[in-house]
Design a protein around this ligand. Structure first.
Ligand SMILES: [Zn+2]
Length: 486
């Protein structure tokens, strides 16, 4: 079975300028690029672009891949591969992971599996619509071994955590993530993380971190992350690089300089970013990390999902505080007491910082979307890639479109060790997206976020069409992507 996409503008994922030609899909691979002979099926790509399928390097889709297997909230945005297990929240060990699964998917029944090997096997037994690459989550591992203890691990506990990291690596994970603002990861000192990250030595796995601070102590947090990479020799990935809180706007200029310095000294340091001035996280973590105080910010903290009180979704903490006639912090506490898994959207960044980070050569694209599909998730869940292409590249020129495509395909595949993916290249896997370069744009607002972007016409995963003419096909051709050490 062959399919030719004819006469399309080919962005090959390398960042070089596109050229018009044909792409041949032959079973699950790209059979030819450029001039292509007859094929069983044809798509007229005139006026359209074809690019490698987008790789969402920062997701929390570990369980959505099991519960919402079509994954259309991603594939309709052009995504063909999701990297799961970010911010310290991993898919195993099962008992600790199922707590996290509950917070995003309160109604779902989680299938039993054993370890990361079991999780990857579960994906293979019931494949989702997109490919899944996996990071092991330090927070989940720490929870499994130490519960909510706030102290350093004993030697025995360290050995147990180490053993779980090794199990994950043997199963084929692409790296280890931390979430150093969350329970229980926030209680880990740098030494604990260095020790566990050292298990990655001799592999192609990377260390990805939701750092300890993204506000006034951003630079200390970046230094900690770079130190972990320097002391272990493991590549590091700074998750959702940003400076949050008005007083800290502009700090990314210095954090980017720290990245430049580390790269100049030969270290592998990269970052990912979602293209919005609002973030989204657990309200509990916002409180614990004092991410808003009464005078600054309660207006900009809006309930995104609250399964116990869905009527609060869409309302700001300031608004709830006014209704209840209490201080905003007290209102936030009341929401957390009612539902500890409440997620909020936080309007806390500035546009120049978003553009500065995006333009920097260390940055790739990752949505950080939280698949709370029944609630009001941050629109980044669906729209991240279309927004980078349409708003930041085409309209604002922050990046050329070829470079924007590279930051969501080839660069990402190389960084996360995805073999034969991320490029439009003969012999590579046929993960492809056909989009309208003149019209692609994000949709969805914070009030009405559950909308798909415009201009993503066709999406192929391993040669199988998962979106055709904007409509999901229901196909489930995704694969579990295991690490290949070279
Ligand atoms: Zn995070």
């Amino acid at each position: 079975m062959t399919l030719a996409i004819r006469n399309a503008l080919i962005f090959d994922g390398t960042g070089s300028e596109p050229s018009v030609g044909d792409v041949l899909i032959d079973a699950d691979r790209i059979g030819a690029v450029g001039g292509v002979g007859p094929a069983d099926e044809e798509i007229d790509g005139t006026g359209l672009a074809v690019a490698p399928g987008f790789i969402d390097v920062h997701t929390h889709d570990d369980f959505a891949a099991l519960f919402h297997r079509d994954m259309t909230f991603k594939s309709r945005g052009g995504v063909t591969t999701c990297i799961v297990g970010n911010c310290g929240f991993g898919a195993a060990p099962w008992d600790a992971a199922s707590v996290m699964a509950q917070s995003i998917h309160p109604k779902a029944e989680m299938p039993r599996y054993d370890g990361y090997a079991g999780y990857l096997a579960a994906l293979e037994a019931n494949p989702p619509g997109v490919n899944i690459g996996v990071l092991a989550g330090h927070g989940t591992i720490r929870m499994a071994v130490m519960g909510t203890e706030r102290r350093a691990p004993t030697d025995v506990e360290m050995a147990e955590m180490h053993e779980i990291v090794v199990e994950a690596l043997d199963a084929g994970v692409l790296g280890l993530s931390t979430g150093l603002i969350y329970e229980p990861g926030r209680h880990a000192q740098t030494e604990e993380i260095i020790e566990l990250t050292s298990a990655l030595q001799g592999t192609t796995a990377l260390y990805a971190s939701h750092m300890r601070n993204e506000a006034e102590d951003l630079l200390a947090a970046v230094r900690e992350t770079i130190r972990i990479g320097a002391e272990t020799g493991v590549p590091v990935q700074i998750s959702h690089h940003k400076a949050t809180g008005r007083a800290n706007w502009g700090l990314v200029r210095e954090s980017l300089a720290l990245i430049d310095d580390a790269r100049a000294s030969g270290q592998v340091v990269n970052a990912d970013q979602y293209p919005y001035t609002a973030g989204s996280t657990l309200l509990r973590a916002v409180m614990q990390n004092k991410m808003f105080d009464d005078e600054d910010g309660a207006d900009g903290v809006v309930v995104a999902s609250c399964a116990a009180r869905p009527e609060w979704e869409g309302r700001s903490i300031a608004d709830l505080a006014a209704e209840w006639e209490v201080e905003p912090v007290a209102a936030a506490r009341r929401v957390v007491d009612e539902d500890g898994s409440t997620f909020v959207v936080i309007h806390s960044m500035c546009e120049p910082d978003v553009e500065l980070v995006m333009a920097h050569p260390s940055t790739m694209v990752g949505s950080d979307g939280l698949p709370t599909l029944d609630a009001r998730p941050h629109p980044r869940l669906y729209n991240t890639f279309a927004r980078v292409l349409g708003l930041y590249s085409r309209e604002r020129g922050v990046l050329s479109m070829a470079e924007a495509v590279r930051r969501m395909t080839g660069y990402s595949a190389d960084t996360f060790g995805l073999v034969d993916r991320g490029y439009v290249r003969r012999g590579g896997f046929a993960d492809l997206v056909v989009f309208d370069p003149a019209g692609v744009i994000d949709q969805g607002t914070f009030d009405d976020p559950n909308q798909y972007p415009i201009g993503i016409q066709h999406v192929f995963v391993n040669g199988v069409e998962v979106v055709r003419d904007d409509v999901p096909t229901g196909a489930l051709p995704g694969r579990a992507l295991r690490r290949v050490d070279t």
